[in-house]
Every structure is written in C-alpha cells, then in structure tokens.
Design a binder for this molecule. Structure first.
Ligand SMILES: CC(C)(COP(=O)(O)OP(=O)(O)OC[C@H]1O[C@@H](n2cnc3c(N)ncnc32)[C@H](O)[C@@H]1OP(=O)(O)O)[C@@H](O)C(=O)NCCC(=O)NCCS
Length: 182
C-alpha cells in the first residue's frame, strides 16, 4: 500500500535520485539526451534539493511504497509567478506552483499519483494558496490527461528551456480546495 509523507532534510539525496530518474519522462520525444543530461547535472544536485528542503517558500512531498521506498515526489513553490506569461494566465491569488510531480514508471496507473496530488493540494491549501498552477509540455498527453482528471484547466501557454531547446508548455490551474479527483 502506498502512502505519502512530507519530505525532510534527510531526503535530499533520495529526491535528487528520483528527479534524475524521472525528468526525461516529461520531455517531448526528440529532446536531445545530452541536453537532458546537462539539465539533470545542473538542476538535480544534492545541494539544490538541500536548499529546496530548507526553503520555507517550498513544500516537498514523497510518495512511498509499503517498505518506505520513495517512488514519486512533488514540489510546491509558493508566491506569485515570475514568468510574465504565467503571471497573465493565472488569475487567482494567492497561488502556488506545482513545480514538480513525478512518479516512477513502474507505479504509473496504480493510483499513487492521485494520492500524491490530493495530499499536495492539501499542502497548498493549508499554506493559504487559493489556486495551484503548473506548466506541462504540450506533448505530454499522459500528464495532461492526469491533470485534467485532477481538476486542472488550461489557462495559457509558456515556454520551458532544456538547455538551448525551447519547449512549449500549457499552463494549467485549479482552485486548491479539495474537489473531486477522477
Ligand atoms: C504524470 C503522472 C504523475 C501521472 O500519474 P499516472 O499514474 O500515470 O496517472 P493516471 O494513470 O492516474 O492517469 C493518466 C491518464 O492518462 C491516460 N493516458 C496514458 N497514456 C496516454 C496518452 N498517450 N495519451 C492520452 N492519455 C494517456 C491514462 O489512460 C490515464 O487516464 P484514465 O485514468 O482516464 O485511463 C505520471 O504519469 C508521471 O510521473 N509521468 C512522468 C513525469 C511527468 O510527466 N510529470 C509531469 C510533469 S509536468
């Protein structure tokens, strides 16, 4: 039986490993492997996650299986968006970005992502966010379907850089109060 828990300072290495193992899953087909590798090397270091875990403007949550092994994670970033495209598209305040939501492939389709999403929306609401927004690659049909089931709607578009590659994202938003998740 899977469950979720708040990530703690001791989880930095676990999160860095999970992030490195799952990042490519969200990239569109054709993303150059060397750009993915460089992105991982720059962004998913132990130091980076240690910093995230001590940042009061963020909240990280793990999905764990019955023996405690981490199989997925989320990260919320509280506060107004920096990206002008997102700032214009996301209309509710206060808001929080669901900056990361990744589950290992062996656990896709098993309900864990839904549990993780529900707990993460609770985290956002309990910290005062009225809405949650996210960016998702426009070719990531599985994630877009999952977010739609989770009550998110497309409210705009933005771009995301993987090295020199400019990828097209949808911006999706939902109110953070607990509503039905399909
Ligand atoms: C996004 C993610 C957390 C969702 O978790 P999940 O366990 O796969 O989600 P679910 O199986 O509950 O929902 C996925 C839905 O997409 C559907 N789906 C699967 N492949 C699809 C495709 N190619 N096109 C459209 N829908 C697809 C599934 O059938 C399911 O819908 P259903 O419940 O109506 O049948 C998980 O897939 C993941 O970690 N993906 C890789 C990382 C990623 O892309 N993260 C998001 C970054 S923005």
């Amino acid at each position: 039986m899977v469950s979720t828990r708040t990530a703690t300072a001791d989880d930095a290495a676990t999160l860095a490993t999970l992030a490195a193992a799952t990042f490519a899953l969200a990239c569109p087909p054709g993303t150059a492997p060397e750009h993915i590798d460089a992105f991982i090397a720059e962004h998913f270091t132990l130091d980076r996650f240690t910093g995230y875990l001590s940042d009061h403007g963020r909240a990280l949550r793990l999905l764990v299986d019955d023996d405690g092994t981490a199989i997925g994670y989320t990260m919320l970033v509280f506060g107004d968006p920096n990206d002008p495209d997102v700032l214009a598209a996301v209309t509710h305040r206060p808001t929080a970005e669901l900056s990361k939501l990744y589950v290992l492939p062996a656990s896709h389709g098993a309900g864990g992502a839904r549990m993780l999403m529900e707990a993460t929306l609770d985290d956002a609401r309990s910290r005062g966010a009225r809405s949650v927004w996210l960016g998702v690659n426009q070719q990531n049909a599985r994630a877009i379907r999952f977010y739609g089931k989770s009550g998110f709607e497309v409210v705009g578009t933005k771009t995301f850089l993987v090295g020199p590659e400019r990828h097209d994202d949808f911006v999706m938003e939902r109110m953070s109060e607990r509503g039905p998740i399909g």
